[in-house]
Design a protein around this ligand. Structure first.
Ligand code: ZN
Length: 237
């Protein structure tokens, strides 16, 4: 088993137990069928993404790039930090475009239909979005010469942070606030899953919470416990 798969299974299993013991929202409806559907979709998406990435590398990215802008940086710490920031910034803009472009929203809104968010919501994505997001990302990584080790480091951090901020785990508010200075926390992401359109269209970050502050799309609504999750007719455009 790869490091990523082991980390994914460990993180998801831990969060499933923790969010069950310490839930933030007290959902009335049964989550079992939704959890199974979300994980099933996640498994299909990860198989599709793996096949697509291999096919892309084999048949499309034929010309070998010597180094690229990031690949040319000799200091591994600087190259690593830069790689992390570039990939996370790409994820921010990708997510923002999913909300802003009507055609893209048709696929992304599936992710927002959960009215009882939990760790499985992190894997509830339309396969078209998964494949679509990988094309510019792979081109970016390839053209800048970002090393596969740095991509792996980003993906490991992404795996943990994305699972955590979709979970229903009740983290003490003060800790959530402190963490939100750097990463996208459960409370920040709950606002993104709100039924209020202006809140859905905020907090687009994946790992770092900085991009939303830099590009003024952040929302720090304090009474997160009162948020109604999911979509309304207003979202269906
Ligand atoms: Zn979204």
């Amino acid at each position: 088993m790869t490091v990523k798969l082991v980390l994914l299974i460990t993180t998801v299993a831990s969060l499933l137990i923790l969010e069950n013991k310490l839930p933030f929202f007290q959902f009335q409806n049964s989550l079992r069928s939704r959890i199974a559907a979300n994980f099933g979709l996640g498994a299909i998406n990860s198989i599709l993404a793996s096949i697509w990435t291999i096919a892309f590398a084999q048949f499309i990215m034929l010309p070998q790039i010597d180094r690229g802008l990031v690949g040319a940086i000799s200091n591994p710490v600087i190259a690593g930090i830069l790689s992390f920031l570039i990939i996370d910034l790409y994820m921010y803009f990708w997510h923002r475009s999913m909300h802003r472009l009507p055609l893209a929203w048709r696929f992304h809104r599936l992710h927002h239909t959960d009215r009882s968010m939990n760790v499985s919501t992190a894997y509830r994505f339309h396969p078209i979005e998964i494949i679509g997001s990988s094309i510019p990302k792979l081109l970016l990584i390839w053209s800048l010469g970002i090393s596969s080790n740095f991509v792996l480091i980003y993906e490991l951090v992404f795996t943990v942070v994305v699972a955590l901020h979709h979970s229903n785990l009740a983290i003490p508010e003060v800790i959530d606030r402190l963490l939100s200075l750097v990463i996208v926390t459960p409370n920040l992401h709950r606002i993104h899953h709100s039924q209020v359109v202006a809140e859905t269209n905020s907090n687009y970050g994946s790992v770092l919470s900085w991009w939303d502050r830099v590009f003024r799309t952040n929302n720090n609504r304090p009474d997160v416990i009162n948020i109604q999750l999911g979509l309304t007719d207003e979202h269906i455009v």
